[in-house]
Ligand binder design. Sequence first.
Ligand code: FRU
Length: 493
Amino acid sequence: MTTMTKQNYRGVYHFSPKENWMNDPNGMVYFEGEYHLFYQHHPSGMTWGPMHWGHAVSKDLVTWEELPIALAPDEHGMIFSGSAVVDWNNTTGFFEGQPGLVAIFTHHKEMPDGKPAIQRQSLAYSTDRGRTWTKYEGNPVLEHAAYVDFRDPKVFWHQATNRWVMIIACGQTVCLYHSPDLIHWTFASEFGEGIGSHDGVWECPDLFPLAIDGDPANTKWVMLVSIGADPAFVEGSRTQYFTGDFDGEVFTPDEASRRVRWLDFGRDNYAGVSWSDVPAEDGRRLFIGWMSNWMYANQTPTEGFRGAMTIVRELSLELRHGDIVLVQKPARELESAHVQVLSMNEETVHEINTRLSEIRLESYELVAAFPRGKSAGFKVRVGVDTETVIGVNGETEELYVDRTASGLHEFHEHFLGHHTAKLNVQNGLYELRIYVDRSSVEVFGQGGQAVITDLIFPGPECTGLAVFSEEDQNLRMSLDIYEVKPFAEQAKK
Ligand code: FRU
């Protein structure tokens, strides 16, 4: 084992930087066989500070190779969040004869004498598969006369209008712009007033089409909007989504968007956006989020590094009881990083527990199903006085994660809690898929319709797991457990 994998709370299959602070995922783009992941990074400090873009690449979405820092602060300020695209047709003029990568990000410039900072959008490009970056000499390319909070541009190629579209957070709305070349931008519209949650500043938006139930003739646009932490709300920072139509200029929300809908019902999935340029043959909309919360992100009890990403997830839209629901499923690549340790089919809780009492695990995936209407679940990362409880309340049909006894929590008064998500059940079973790692649980209920992502900080000795049923020990469950280890770790065995 390397020193790094021994660090307390460093996930076995979750990305964290080798050292120091990380927040939002940035610039995710697929190019020439590699998934790029950039991230908000303070390379010399354990708390938020002068923001750089850290960089990692992966071929399999599970194992990440950290590369040198991609973008560092300059005369225009720090490098805040943003996106990256492949400029296939050299619309920018940065590339000759071959496509290259362009990053579109916020330059955040602090001002003297207590004046508000200035946030403007800039470009950088790479002709060597993201290994080195050149900042565009004409930076910044977009500013706003009125908004102080004007950041986190997410750019994509809009086929129907044959030009680039940018969605960007503007205070408590998002603004849409378009451009032929990523350099000259035209304002198109603004969205968000009087709709959605305004519990905090709007940040890190995304906008993309998804086919409902996989039918390309029936497509909706999905808008993700993260909202910052406000001391008035114990939930801290969260991400909401809207569904609607988009014509290249204006986003028109559908009726269902009149009510606030959350992407995740845990506390620790923030600022997530989707990958650009995933090949059409693949067709997936891949997503990753920052697994923390601004409420306590600067205080979490990790050593040597601070901040982790969620597992990569595939987003899709499904019609459930007449509602269009944004569904998240673990990317299938994770399955090749797992090794089965248990498989039980419709066995009693009593029998399952007998088997589980012999198993100690830290990083694993658990797939379970039991009859609708029953209250049951799992205790994971169990030790003396420590447990994280994950289950379903059969009466209210709610999925929950209870981290009130999950380990260290003194770093923030609102860390402890019980988080719930309503299940939308279409058959006679409750279905749970749970990813457990050194300092996190990610719970996908009913095929990813209800998701709860939570950090936990149990001691390394807390490796017990158990099943429980509130009715009786004869409740029958199906259960598969897999240890999750990236390929490199498996090869070492
Ligand atoms: C979201 C955010 C972004 C900003 C970045 C700064 O977590 O506040 O709006 O660009 O973090 O690190």
